[in-house]
Design a binder for this molecule. Structure first.
Ligand SMILES: [Zn+2]
Length: 319
């Protein structure tokens, strides 16, 4: 058996997979972020222990566990350098702590990286060795897979696609402290930034009351863009332009067969992806872009546990 955990700020998604990576069970538990999230790993451990016992199994029947966390991970040591959503303010040795609790080997990675691996192995990129994934939500997450393996980099910061500098001219401040990041123009936060900056250029728009009282939602922008509201259309086009520009750079770097777009904003479907494709084709280095598809993700919020299971099979030797 292989265990998989995707630890998020609200819930921990947990799964059990067999040796051929077929999912046999999945469930979720709430994430308790009180006391600086000090009980989170223990709760995950206890939930697995109980679920295994219900099937007459134990940790001894498991090859290992893959764990995804929402923060920057040093892959070689399995240490996360803080995770705001989990209330983990200091570096936390996840691999070490979970191995001490369970007695099985743990492989730890960033949640967006594992979502990319899940989509590459079981979803929109199935069977392909080189893909890039972007997750468009509150922010922009990402993962890069080259030759079937995630690219981690020296300190685990590879694949932080949300912090590629594509929009320095807009001058929006990003959560990372920098400006010009893709996340500052191509996420829920990004749409709000763009709306505040450009709404004055439009005489009237159904979005204006939402912009003024701070209640603007991404779904409102997409819905009204589809209905032809000029400001909404402008915002979707601007976001698509930056996504097309960013993905064209990614194509020149890694020449992926597929660029997979997931996350809440990807529900806009071809209305968004079609525009991103058009800009991608305009800017991409032709030999790198040849045959590159821009496609929607397929596994939704289950991608993370699929990737967590996959990474165990890649990094823990078969017994
Ligand atoms: Zn940034």
């Amino acid at each position: 058996m292989i265990l998989a955990a995707d630890i998020g700020g609200t819930t921990c998604k947990l799964g059990i997979f067999d040796a051929s990576l077929k999912q046999v069970e999945r469930w979720q538990i709430p994430t308790d972020t009180s006391r600086e999230g000090s009980g989170i790993l223990e709760a995950v451990h206890m939930s697995f222990k109980q679920k295994l016992e219900e099937s007459g199994l134990g940790y001894g029947d498991c090859r290992g566990i893959g764990i995804g966390v929402p923060g920057p991970v040093d892959f070689s040591t399995g240490t996360v350098n803080g995770a705001i959503n989990l209330n983990w303010r200091a570096p936390k040795k996840i691999k070490h702590e979970f191995e001490r609790l369970s007695g099985i080997t743990a492989v730890v990675d960033n949640d967006a990286n594992l979502a990319a691996l899940g989509e590459q192995a079981f979803g929109a990129g199935k069977g392909r060795g080189d893909i890039v994934m972007l997750t468009l939500g509150t922010g922009v997450g990402g993962g890069i897979i080259a030759g079937h393996h995630l690219v981690h980099g020296t300190h685990g910061s590879a694949g932080e696609i949300g912090h590629m500098k594509v929009a320095v001219g807009e001058n929006f401040k990003c959560n990372c402290g920098g400006t010009g990041c893709l996340e500052s123009v191509a996420s829920t936060i990004g749409l709000k930034n763009l709306a505040l900056k450009y709404s004055g250029d439009f005489e009237s728009s159904v979005l204006k009351p939402h912009i003024e009282d701070g209640s603007l939602k991404a779904i409102t922008v997409f819905k009204n863009a589809e209905d032809g509201d000029p400001l909404s259309l402008f915002l979707v086009d601007k976001m698509s332009f930056y996504l097309g520009l960013g993905t064209s750079s990614l194509a020149a770097l890694t020449n992926p067969s597929q660029i997979i777009i997931g996350g809440g904003l990807s529900r806009a479907g071809d209305f968004l992806l079609g525009r991103v494709r058009a800009y991608f084709e305009e800017y991409a280095f032709p030999p790198a872009a040849e045959g590159t598809e821009i496609v929607p993700a397929e596994l939704g919020n289950e991608a993370g546990i699929y990737g967590a299971a996959k990474i165990v099979s890649q990094y823990i030797d078969h017994e």
